[in-house]
Ligand binder design. Structure first.
Ligand SMILES: [Zn+2]
Length: 328
């Protein structure tokens, strides 16, 4: 599919993923005639997307000039969590320039949350992070129609269904905006600069307040026809399981999200099966998933079991071993 992409997109993608690169190497990598590449590069330099970055080391003949994504570009990255808003502004090298974080309840609805996002971006502008944004990307904790730029029936985001997030951000900031599922974006990040940078097919599973999954197939994010391909958190794994926040019973998330883990941990602290958790409950008045992780690393048997159970081998989660997805 990539070969059918317009040249300027292939070029910008390569500059984004590779960083500074010589004109000669660009021509080699894109397998296009030099004059055509140079013409396209001149056009992108004139538009302000690409900048010259000095001379490359000689490859024997005339030295080639280096180019990069214009460091003067400004991108805003917004991460909406179930209970937090993170806003960051980067330059064209994707280096962070300003970052803001605050607690916010996604259930407050799109108008309240996006207004807050715009206020944080306005603050970044006042703080000198940018004059004009070149693009905004936003991740939301639920399924998204990538094509339409809207959340689609997100289980933990009441009021957000098909809200025109992309349209609102584009209008507000006068630049292109991209809306995607937060875990897809994390998967893209791992592919770009993390552990998956040399892998074309992988799953990225995030366990936070909820559970989500980013799917990479043949080097591209796979979203499925309705954008829900990686939305594994609300798949029912136990028809007699606990009630989920989405209203159904026995969802994966109800069994082993950060919230579910905290609930099991509170029980273990109260009934005394985990001395470490009982101690933390007495000291802090509450126990969290983080407490479970810490106590497990200290060797607390109950906490280790809670994590093992959630990872898929449990007779508690799956009454029959044969029904466990990891034990077929
Ligand atoms: Zn659910």
């Amino acid at each position: 599919m990539r070969t059918a992409e317009p040249l300027h997109l292939r070029l910008l993608r390569l500059l984004r993923d590779h960083g500074t690169i010589s004109r000669a190497e660009l021509a080699d990598r894109l397998e296009i005639p030099r004059p055509r590449l140079l013409g396209e590069l001149d056009r992108l330099v004139a538009l302000g997307y690409v900048a010259e970055a000095g001379m490359a080391a000689s490859r024997g003949g005339r030295r080639s000039t280096l180019v990069e994504l214009n460091p003067g570009l400004r991108f805003a990255a917004v991460d909406l969590g179930a209970s937090s808003v993170d806003v960051e502004v980067t330059n064209g090298r994707l280096e962070p320039i300003a970052a803001y974080n605050e607690i916010a309840d996604i259930r407050s609805g799109p108008k309240v949350i996006l207004q807050r996002v715009n206020e944080l971006l306005a603050k970044a502008k006042v703080d000198g992070a940018y004059e004009k944004l070149d693009a905004v990307g936003i991740g939301v904790p639920g399924p998204v129609s990538f094509r339409d730029g809207v959340p689609v029936s997100p289980p933990i985001m009441p009021g957000w269904d098909r809200f025109p997030v992309r349209e609102l951000l584009t209008r507000e900031h006068g630049c292109p905006a991209v809306v995607d599922n937060d875990v897809n974006i994390m998967a893209i990040g791992e592919r770009h600069g993390g552990v998956a940078h040399s892998v074309d097919d992988f799953l990225f599973v995030k366990i936070g307040t909820g559970i989500g999954c980013g799917i990479y197939l043949s080097g591209d994010v796979y979203r499925g026809t309705d954008g829900c391909a990686g939305d594994i958190g609300h798949i029912q794994v136990d028809s007699h399981g606990p009630m989920c926040t989405c209203g159904n019973v026995g969802c994966l998330e109800a069994l082993f999200s950060g919230a579910a883990l905290a609930k099991d941990a509170t029980l273990a602290a109260r009934n005394g099966t985990s001395p470490a958790l009982t101690e933390r409950l007495a000291a802090n008045g509450t126990v969290t998933a983080r407490d479970v992780a810490e106590a497990a690393s200290e060797g607390d048997v109950t906490c280790i079991r809670l994590i093992r159970d959630g990872a898929g081998g449990s007779a508690v989660c799956w009454p029959a071993w044969s029904a466990s997805p990891t034990r077929r």
